[in-house]
Design a protein around this ligand. Structure first.
Ligand SMILES: Nc1ncnc2c1ncn2[C@@H]1O[C@H](COP(=O)(O)OP(=O)(O)O)[C@@H](O)[C@H]1O
Ligand SMILES: [Mg+2]
Length: 613
C-alpha cells in the first residue's frame, strides 16, 4: 500500500507537470517567435533555476503539504519561464517536447507501478474475505442450514464478493489517484489565477450534493437487486437438483415462467440501476462545462484587456481546470460502484456476523472414547418456539446396546438422533454421555466417535476411494478395500470401470441408491466409531438393494452401540430395546416381544406393517 501511495502521488505530480509545460510553450515559444532570434545557451541557467525548484518540490512532496506542492510547483514553472526568457524559441521548443515525453513516460510508469503494488493488496483482501466467509459457514450449525437457501449463500460468495472487489479497486486505485490529481490540478489552477479558480470551485458544492443523494438511492436499489439475483441462483439450483421431478411432472413450463418472473424483477431493477448510474457522470460534466464556459469568457476577457493574466497562465489555468473534470467524472462513476460494493458488503457481513449457536465449549471435557452410556434426561426440544417437537424424552443407551426407534413419520425420531451429534441443543433437559452434558464436552472428540448413516447419503464428486476415506488420504488401499468388504460394497466397486479410482459424479449421481448407501456405510466402517446412528438408512431402497445394505449394516453394528431408526422387522427384532415414538414422546418401550404382548400402539404398527415380512 505504501509503495502504491508513493507511486500515486508522484503520478499525480507528473500529470500536473505535463500540463505545466504549456506555460513556457506559450509565454516563451509562441509569443516570441517574431522577436527572438539571438541564440544563447540557456542550459546552465535552466539547470540552476529548475534544479532549485525541483529540490523544493521534492521536499514539499515528502512533507505532503498540498499548499507547499502548489507553491513549489509554481516556482518551478516560473523558474522555467525565466530560464527560457532569453533563449531561442526553437531550442526551447525542443527542450519542452523532450521534457514532455520524459514526463509522460515517467508518469505512465508510476501509474503502472501503483496498480502493480495495489493489485496484490486488493486480491489478498478478496481472497481473505472468501476464505473467512467459507470458514465461517463451516462453523454455522444445522439450524442455519435448514433455513438458508444455498443459492443465496452462493450469490454472496460470487457476485457480492465480486462487487466488493470492484468497489475496492475503485476505492484503493482509482479514487485516491483521481483525488490527488484533482488536488494537483487545483493547485495549478490556483497558482495560474486564484480568482478564476475560486469561481470554478463554486460548482463543487451542488455537484457533491447531487452525488450524495444519488449514492443513497443506488445503495438501496443494489441491495434489492442482489436479493433478486440470489432468488434466481436459488431457483436454478433447485431446478438442477430436482430436474427428475420437474420432468416427471411435466413442469418445465411452470418452472420456466417462475424463473422468468424472477428474471423480470431483476431485469427491471438492474435497468433502472444502470440508468441512474449513467446519470451521475453527464450531470457532473455538464455542471463543469457551464463553469468552464463562464471561466473562458471571464478569463479570456482578462487576457484580452491586457491585464495581469498572461496568455500562458490563462492557458495553464484552462488546461488545469478542464483536466479537473476528468477526475471528478471518474470519482462520481467510481462512487456508484462503491455504493454497489457497500450494499454487497452489507449482505456479506450479515452472514459473517451470524453467530453459531452450537459452539465448542470454552473449557471442554475431553472425549476420547465412549465408555458407558448415553442418557436423555427430560429432553424437550422445538425447532420453532411454540411448536414442541420433543416432550420429556428420557431413555438411556448403554454401551453395546442396539436401540430401535419406531413410530409414525413426523413423530420426532430423526430429531432425537440429531441431538446425539449435537446438531441441536435441547431447550430443556439434557443429553449426557458418560455422565457429562454434551454441551460441556469436546465437540470434535464427540463427533469423531460417532458414525451417522442417513437416508440421503452425502457423496462428493470424487473417486470411490476418496469418498470412503473422506479427508484421510494416507489410508492404505487395503484398509479401504476391507471397509468396502464389510459394507458389502467390494463387489460392485471392483466392477466399476476404474475400480476404486472411478469418479462417481456429483452427489454420486452415477451410482444406484443402494450402491451409494453401501459406500456411506463403508465410510462409517473405516471411521470405526464407537456409536452408530442409522436414520432410515434403507428406506429409500428397493427390496434387493435393501437386503444388501442390511447385510452391510449388520456387519457394521457388530460390537458397537447403535441407535437405529428402522422400518424393517429384522432390524427391530435384533434390537435390545424398541422405543415407540409418537408426537415427540416415548409412548411404549421394551423388547420386541414385550411390546407385542402389550397389545398397544406397537402391536398395531406391527400388524399393519411388519406381519407380512
Ligand atoms: N428443520 C426443521 N425445522 C422445523 N421443523 C422441523 C425441522 N425438522 C423437522 N421438523 C418437524 O419436527 C417434527 C419431527 O420431525 P422428525 O424428527 O424428522 O420426525 P421423524 O423422523 O419421526 O419422521 C415434524 O413435525 C417436522 O415437521
Ligand atoms: Mg425422520
Amino acid at each position: 500500500m505504501t509503495g502504491a501511495m508513493l507511486c500515486m502521488v508522484l503520478f499525480a505530480v507528473f500529470s500536473g507537470a505535463s500540463l505545466g509545460m504549456i506555460l513556457p510553450l506559450f509565454d516563451n515559444v509562441f509569443s516570441r517567435t517574431d522577436t527572438a532570434t539571438e541564440k544563447c545557451d540557456f542550459l546552465p541557467s535552466l539547470r540552476q533555476n529548475t534544479g532549485e525548484a525541483f529540490s523544493n518540490l521534492g521536499s514539499e512532496i515528502i512533507s505532503l503539504h498540498p499548499r507547499g506542492v502548489y507553491s513549489a510547483g509554481g516556482e518551478l514553472l516560473e523558474g522555467l519561464r525565466d530560464t527560457f526568457k532569453e533563449s531561442d524559441p526553437q531550442q526551447v521548443l525542443i527542450v519542452i517536447v523532450l521534457g514532455l515525453i520524459f514526463i509522460v513516460l515517467l508518469k505512465n510508469f508510476l501509474g503502472f507501478m501503483q496498480v502493480f503494488f495495489l493489485s496484490r493488496a486488493e486480491q489478498g483482501v478478496v481472497a481473505s474475505i472468501r476464505g473467512s466467509l467459507y470458514n465461517h459457514l463451516l462453523q454455522l450449525d444445522m439450524g442455519f442450514y435448514t433455513s438458508v437457501r444455498s443459492g443465496d449463500v452462493m450469490a454472496k460468495f460470487t457476485s457480492d464478493v465480486g462487487n466488493m472487489n470492484w468497489a475496492m479497486t475503485e476505492m484503493m486505485m482509482s479514487v485516491p489517484r483521481q483525488f490527488v490529481l484533482l488536488l494537483v490540478y487545483l493547485g495549478l489552477a490556483l497558482w495560474a489565477s486564484w480568482r478564476l479558480a475560486l469561481i470554478t470551485l463554486l460548482v463543487f458544492p451542488p455537484a457533491m450534493l447531487f452525488i450524495l443523494i444519488l449514492s443513497r438511492r443506488l445503495r438501496k436499489k443494489t441491495h434489492y437487486s442482489q436479493e433478486k439475483l440470489s432468488d434466481f441462483s436459488a431457483l436454478l439450483q433447485e431446478t438442477i437438483f430436482g430436474i427428475r421431478i420437474v420432468k416427471a411432472f411435466s413442469m418445465e413450463k411452470f418452472e420456466g415462467s417462475r424463473f422468468a418472473g424472477i428474471l423480470d424483477v431483476h431485469r427491471r431493477t438492474e435497468t433502472s440501476l444502470q440508468r441512474e448510474r449513467a446519470f451521475a457522470s453527464p450531470v457532473t460534466e455538464i455542471m463543469g462545462a457551464i463553469a468552464s464556459g463562464f471561466i473562458m469568457w471571464y478569463g479570456g476577457s482578462a487576457v484580452l484587456s491586457g491585464g495581469s493574466l498572461s496568455t500562458g497562465r490563462f492557458l495553464v489555468f484552462l488546461a488545469a481546470s478542464l483536466s479537473m473534470m476528468k477526475p471528478i467524472k471518474i470519482i462520481s462513476t467510481a462512487n456508484s460502484r462503491i455504493q454497489t460494493g457497500i450494499a454487497s458488503a452489507e449482505r456479506v457481513f450479515d452472514l459473517m456476523d451470524l453467530e453459531p449457536v452450537i459452539k465448542q465449549p470454552v473449557d471442554p471435557v475431553p472425549f476420547d472414547s465412549f465408555a458407558d452410556r448415553i442418557e436423555f434426561r427430560d429432553v424437550c426440544f422445538s425447532y420453532e418456539t411454540g411448536i414442541p417437537v420433543l416432550t420429556d424424552v428420557s431413555f438411556s443407551l448403554d454401551k453395546g446396546e442396539i436401540i430401535a426407534l419406531v413410530g409414525p413419520s413426523g413423530g420426532g425420531k430423526s430429531t432425537i438422533a440429531d441431538l446425539i451429534p449435537r446438531f441441536y441443543d435441547p431447550d430443556s433437559g439434557s443429553v449426557l454421555i458418560d455422565g457429562s452434558d454434551l454441551r460441556a464436552i469436546d465437540l470434535e472428540g464427540l463427533r469423531r466417535n460417532l458414525g451417522v448413516v442417513t437416508q440421503e447419503t452425502v457423496l462428493f464428486n470424487d473417486t470411490v476411494r476418496n469418498n470412503i476415506a473422506y479427508g484421510e488420504e494416507s489410508i492404505p488401499i487395503e484398509k479401504i478395500k476391507l471397509a468396502a468388504e464389510v459394507a458389502n460394497a467390494l463387489q460392485f466397486v471392483e466392477d466399476l470401470p476404474d475400480g476404486f479410482s472411478t469418479v462417481i459424479g456429483e452427489r454420486g449421481a452415477r451410482l444406484s441408491g443402494g450402491q451409494r448407501q453401501r459406500l456411506a456405510i463403508a465410510r462409517a466402517v473405516l471411521k470405526d466409531p464407537d456409536i452408530l446412528i442409522f436414520d432410515e438408512a434403507t428406506s429409500a431402497l428397493d427390496t434387493h438393494s435393501e437386503r444388501q445394505v442390511q447385510k452391510a449394516i449388520d456387519g457394521l453394528i457388530e460390537g458397537r452401540t447403535s441407535l437405529i431408526i428402522a422400518h424393517r422387522l429384522s432390524t427391530i427384532t435384533k434390537a435390545t430395546r424398541v422405543l415407540y415414538i409418537e408426537n415427540g414422546r416415548i409412548v411404549e418401550s421394551g423388547t420386541h416381544t414385550e411390546l407385542l404382548k402389550l397389545n398397544g400402539k406397537y402391536r398395531l404398527l406391527y400388524d399393519m406393517q411388519f406381519s407380512g415380512q
